[in-house]
Design a protein around this ligand. Structure first.
Ligand code: CMX
Length: 397
């Protein structure tokens, strides 16, 4: 596991930019990069394979903690580029403000900023998606409709149907300006959620399942099941549920004092404040900041955004006062739901799906490199509590 973590970061060190500018096809670029990286890693392993890079404590093993101090992470970067750098450097759609997903994927796989020509070639991959896939998706969307016909009261349980119906309605109603902004926001979401370091539940799950040589579809499906947990990807939905309940209970404009009480009540009832805290970050998530800046530009007067901004002033102090959370600052999930609901995507069950679409870019880019570098089956050693106790010389009674 430790070695995987180190090498996962390695491709950003590849440095043959001029040549890759000439290669327009992603497969050609990778065919050039992979053998060089394989040699680099082999040499590194030969020279440093036995070097000790950390200590493992009983707390780390029994608490599911990280085995490497090197995993403490103080920012979100994509192959070394910060979010603002990505926004500036990656190709955008004509008239758009946010990077195209294909360009981001190119960066994640190759470590290089692509040209517009390279991105447009990547976009052509979409045409290779089988017609059958589109037909199957379309048929799947119809299934809830059919069920709803016979079991009417289940309507709310089928987000695709509800979402599909209202989404197309809102599109019909929307003017061009608003549609452009929706697309910009969806791009921005896709961008910010795509990748993080490899230890988070979804990225790690896809890596683990992929390490058994399960194909990318199976690995990604497994990752999505992890993403659906409320402590991970479902948190963006939980945030909006929590905010909506807050709004309903306290009404429109709320004083800081009443909001503080509401947060304390959440904590006292044994729940976490969704959208706050992080397993590795120890400051405000830069992806939160990116979305906040977007909101300040496009929806500064939205009541829900104002509430999120107010919470940003209050929650960290409450969590600090409670003294449990190692990181009292907001994470990426504290903001996205508010942006989505502003643009008419009010079906919260759909938010984590969007997160998943985005996460596909990151985890599949990592899977390409795991295969290219021949990473082994991941199999942490396990031991019983008694075994652990005897290892450190503790009495088991
Ligand atoms: N509200 C209340 N308590 C919190 C908290 C929060 N937002 N964040 C952490 N804590 C508590 C933990 O529950 C834990 O309590 P116990 O000691 O009683 O078990 C204690 O503080 C220490 O936790 P930690 O080491 O700071 O955090 P973890 O690494 O254990 O967990 C995370 C990280 C994200 C699961 C946690 O901060 C949390 O539950 N946050 C709210 C849910 C959330 O927003 N998840 C999305 C994360 C981003 C993502 O992956 O999408």
């Amino acid at each position: 596991m430790s070695f995987l973590t180190v090498t996962r970061l390695a491709p950003k060190l590849l440095n043959s930019k001029s040549k890759h500018r000439l290669l327009q096809n992603l497969k050609d670029v990778l065919s050039d990069l992979i053998p060089k990286e394989q040699t680099r890693i082999k040499n590194f392993k030969q020279q440093y394979g036995k070097t000790n890079i950390g200590q493992i404590t009983v707390d780390m093993v029994s608490g599911g903690d990280f085995c490497l101090p090197g995993l403490v992470y103080c920012g979100i970067r994509f192959r070394g580029y910060s979010i603002p750098e990505c926004q500036k450097l990656l190709p955008k759609a004509p008239g758009g403000e946010e990077p195209l997903p294909e360009g981001l994927f190119w960066l994640l796989v190759t470590g290089q900023i692509p040209t517009e020509e390279q991105v447009s070639r990547c976009k052509n991959f979409r045409e290779q998606v089988s017609v059958m896939v589109y037909q199957t998706l379309s048929n799947l969307f119809r299934i809830p409709n059919c069920i709803n016909q016979s079991i009417h009261q289940f309507a709310s349980a089928f987000p695709f149907q509800v979402c599909g119906g209202r989404w197309s309605l809102s599109h019909r109603r929307a003017n061009t300006q608003r549609q452009t902004t929706i697309c910009t926001h969806i791009h921005s979401c896709i961008h910010t959620y795509s990748d993080h370091e490899g230890g988070n539940v979804s990225a790690h799950t896809s890596h683990l399942v992929g390490s058994a040589l399960s194909d990318p579809y199976l690995s990604f499906s497994a990752a999505m099941n992890g993403l659906a947990g409320p402590l991970h990807g479902l948190a963006n939905q939980e945030v909006l549920v929590w905010l909506t309940a807050l709004q309903k209970e306290l009404g429109g404009e709320v004083s800081d004092e009443r909001m503080r009480d509401y947060i304390w009540n959440t904590l006292k009832s044994g729940r976490v404040v969704p959208g706050y805290g992080h397993a590795v970050l120890r400051k405000t998530d830069p992806r939160y900041t990116c979305q906040r800046e977007f909101a300040l530009k496009h929806l500064p007067s939205d009541p829900m955004f104002k509430m999120v901004a107010q919470l940003y002033k209050i929650v960290p102090n409450v969590l600090l006062e409670q003294g449990k959370a190692k990181n009292p600052w907001p994470n990426v999930d504290a903001h996205s739901g508010v942006l989505l609901q502003y643009y008419g995507m009010s079906e919260m069950n759909y938010y984590t799906v969007l997160f998943g679409v985005s996460r596909a870019l990151g985890v599949l880019a990592q899977l390409v490199w795991s295969r290219a570098l021949g990473f082994p089956l991941e199999r942490p050693k396990s031991m019983s509590t008694d075994g652990l106790m005897s290892l450190v010389g503790a009495k088991s009674g």
